[in-house]
Write a protein that binds this ligand. Structure first.
Ligand SMILES: *[C@@H]1O[C@H](CO)[C@@H](O)[C@H](O)[C@H]1NC(C)=O
Ligand SMILES: *[C@@H]1O[C@H](CO)[C@@H](O)[C@H](O)[C@H]1NC(C)=O
Ligand SMILES: *[C@@H]1O[C@H](CO)[C@@H](O)[C@H](O)[C@H]1NC(C)=O
Length: 506
């Protein structure tokens, strides 16, 4: 009885904010970013909040107090983005014109226009950002605190909202020496230049067309209350976080749904184990892999029979070996949770990597672009994954990597340890996310979390001026020492040479 009361009491104190009105804006071309972001908003509705979600994909769910409206017209970036041969520079420059075109497309949506006309009151707006900061104009217009959800780990793109330090903590970077750090700083600068000089000016102009008197993006960026990061120290290298940047990695992996009948039977019958092959939603096998690479993968997979393989592919593969079941859609998280699953072959997107860690499944990582190399790099570093570069795929290399994962038990041991690190928290990542969102609503924006770094220039924050001062000081001291020593030496020299002369005169 007492226990019952305690539980009831805890439930009451846990929900500090009752039925808040929350708007979600998920303007992304990436299905995997959408899935994680919309999961967060659906969970908020399930805890009793009234959620209105505007998104580019439809979830077709029936949850009380959860209304979803479809945003149309978004343009998906082309192949340049996903070609593993493109440098970061090429990727970004292919990307910029499309991101800018998508600004107009966003505002043209009737659902967005209706928000502008009716100006409803919300207690918070949750925005998914990725090179689309112009969306922040909407929470500003609605006068609601802005919460950002980022499908990536902390990086220069999302650090700027809350002055979280961009330092080379990402696994391997600091240890790989000067050039790795130089590369890291260069990437930071490139991203800054792209955002400030290639995206912001045009996005600002279009914003003004739809919302007169809207402040420029650089001002909007500085009024973000909270950044929720889909990462966790079990998945990435430990690194610093300011209090209003919160790690919620794993929040979407906990709920494992029942598998469709055919997949359940297939996996249950895989007594020797099963493998899941999935390159996510952004990598396309028909474009990103060559025919001979796909053939190499298929024959490598054929060799591991009787182990069964679930293979996600948007194209038919008639040459698939008997132990490989090809499907154009697979419920990844639910499959990874199956006890017979032995290896996850993945491109290393953060969502999939998190799911593999959560369920303790070793990975064979074939990274293509964006943060995938980092994610797989971290996993290799902690002994949970084997990395295989795309252009090194042959039947031999692929089979050797797979064989290593299947026969060496340390990968599974490390995966189980990481899984336990991710699960072993004072509250689940999902509860943590909800607590922080409610905290921002309760304190109407959370001004108390805003750190002083928000007011500083980058060279003040990273104390470049102080280091320059010390460097100058050292140079001055060295110069003075040099002059003094030269002066003393000259006097000594003159004394040594001068004395006998004087003596001769006497
Ligand atoms: C829906 O939201 C309203 C308040 O906005 C609340 O009174 C009601 O209980 C919510 N319904 C559910 C099923 O959570
Ligand atoms: C990437 O470069 C390699 C070597 O230059 C080339 O063989 C391959 O076709 C390229 N891949 C793509 C997808 O363009
Ligand atoms: C900053 O956000 C608060 C709500 O958290 C809002 O009241 C204020 O108008 C915003 N300021 C700007 C410049 O967007």
């Amino acid at each position: 009885m007492i226990l019952k009361w305690l539980i009831a009491l805890m439930a009451i104190t846990y929900t500090q904010v009752e039925a808040a009105r929350i708007l979600g804006l998920i303007w992304t071309f990436s299905r995997s970013h959408h899935i994680a972001g919309s999961t967060l908003l659906k969970e908020l509705a399930k805890t009793g909040h009234e959620v209105h979600l505007l998104s580019t994909y439809n979830d077709n769910v029936d949850i009380p107090n959860f209304t979803q409206e479809l945003l149309t017209g978004i343009i998906v970036p082309g192949d340049g983005m996903s070609n593993p041969n493109s440098s970061v520079f090429t990727m970004l420059f292919d990307f910029v014109p499309i991101m800018n075109k998508n600004v107009e497309k966003f505002w043209e949506n009737e659902a967005v226009q209706k928000l502008i006309r009716t100006k409803p009151k919300y207690d918070a707006v949750i925005v998914l950002t990725f090179f689309n900061d112009f969306v922040l104009a909407l929470p500003h217009y609605l006068k609601a605190p802005t919460i950002i959800y980022s499908s990536m780990s902390s990086n220069p793109i999302n650090n700027k909202y809350v002055a979280n330090p961009s330092l080379p903590y990402a696994t391997g970077l600091a240890k790989n020496g000067f050039f790795a750090r130089l590369n890291f700083v260069t990437l930071n600068v490139v991203i800054y230049v792209i955002e400030a000089y290639f995206l912001a000016p045009l996005q600002n102009r279009i914003n003004e067309k739809y919302l007169p008197d809207v402040p420029p993006i650089e001002v909007l960026n500085k009024n973000v209350s909270l950044v929720l990061i889909n990462s966790h120290y079990a998945i990435e290298g430990p690194r610093p976080y300011v209090p209003n940047m919160v790690q919620i990695g794993g929040f979407h992996t906990r709920e494992v749904k029942k598998l469709p009948e055919n997949l359940q039977t297939y996996l249950d019958s895989a007594k020797d184990g099963a493998i899941l092959f999935s390159m996510g939603t952004n990598v396309k096998l028909s474009k990103n892999l060559q025919r001979n690479q796909l053939d190499a993968i298929m024959s490598g997979l054929g060799k591991v029979a009787p182990i069964k393989v679930l293979f996600k592919s948007e194209i038919d593969i008639p040459s698939a070996p008997e132990n490989v079941l090809v499907s154009n859609w697979l419920p990844q998280n639910d499959i990874l949770a199956h006890p017979n699953l032995k290896v996850f072959i993945s491109h290393g997107g953060l969502a999939g990597t998190t799911e593999a860690v959560y369920h303790g499944v070793p990975m064979l990582g074939i990274p293509f672009f964006a943060d995938q190399k980092f994610n797989i790099g971290s996993m290799s570093e902690v002994g949970l994954a084997v990395t295989l570069d795309v252009d090194r795929i042959t039947e031999q290399t692929f089979y050797a990597a797979l064989e290593e994962l299947l026969t060496n038990p340390t990968y599974s041991t490390n995966a189980k340890k990481r899984s336990s690190l991710l699960k072993n928290q004072p509250v689940s990542s999902l509860q943590k996310a909800i607590w922080w969102i409610e905290h921002i609503i309760e304190y109407k924006g959370g001004e108390h979390l805003r750190n002083v770094g928000m007011e500083l220039e980058w060279y003040h924050l990273y104390m470049v001026d102080v280091m320059a001062f010390f460097l100058a000081l050292i140079l001055v001291v060295l110069a003075i020492s040099f002059i003094v020593i030269r002066w003393v030496l000259r006097i000594l020299y003159n004394i040594c040479r001068g004395k006998p002369k004087k003596e001769k005169k006497h």
